[in-house]
Design a protein around this ligand. Sequence first.
Ligand code: GLY
Length: 296
Amino acid sequence: MPLALIVHGGAGAIAPHRFEAAKAGCAAAASTGWEILRRGGSALEAVIAAVVALEDDPTFNAGTGAVLTKDGHAELDAGIMDGATMGVGAVAGVQRIKNPILLARHVLATPQVLLLGEGAEELAAARGMPFVDPQHFVNAYRRAPSQPMPDEQAGSLRAEGKHGTVGAVALDAEGHIVAAASTGGVANKPRGRVGDTPIAGAGFYAEDGVGGVSCTGQGEAFIRMAVARRACEALERGAEAQAAADDVIARLGARIQGEGGLIIIDAAGRVGFARNTPAMSYAYCLGDMTAPIAGI
Ligand code: GLY
């Protein structure tokens, strides 16, 4: 089975002075995951490692670089789906976990699919995960070059600033497909707001023999259109990865004026990516490539 891996660093109006950092961050994350796949590692390991790299890079709106709520704290969401088992693990609204995707992976190993806030953090404690002070995210945000958006721009991906999410999809040598996403949500969001990122079928989806998808954009629109599952339905109808990505993002805009983008891998190992926003950072590796192709 051909190997494939693709990551994204969020869709929106990325400021030109942030292009290089966003591309470099995506390339580094893709390289990390690709090395794992090339050494015979699983899609699950590769996707987790790539998303951790993106969460640890303050360039992106996830993990350490997450945007803040209206009252000034981080509430982080993440989700992962294993296409081999169709298992899902997701967390929403966690405030003390540096890498929410690692906690989502623990949820994947439980009978539950989605844990919220304190309940999710109880699982983290039970699994011996380290906790960070919530101020970790506030400090990182204050140091970041982008500033909070005015209220009326929160959720708009045309306004310059940090938005979107990060994500990764991989296909391994066994033919297993895994997709994941992680985010701080939208800047200035009200407490308790949850977008598509921890919702399987909306923000991410994976199914062996079909494909895997990770989304970025206005979470409410991606939930309403079940975008990740919809893209896999396009694959099931015979579309290749790029056609499926183009079709679903076009429908998102045409049907409900939703904004964002997605990355996708089909069962044959073809990658696709599409956006209807001014920019979306991404990087991918295929076949015998030794270094990723990255772009905005
Ligand atoms: N797509 C990220 C969010 O809306 O929370």
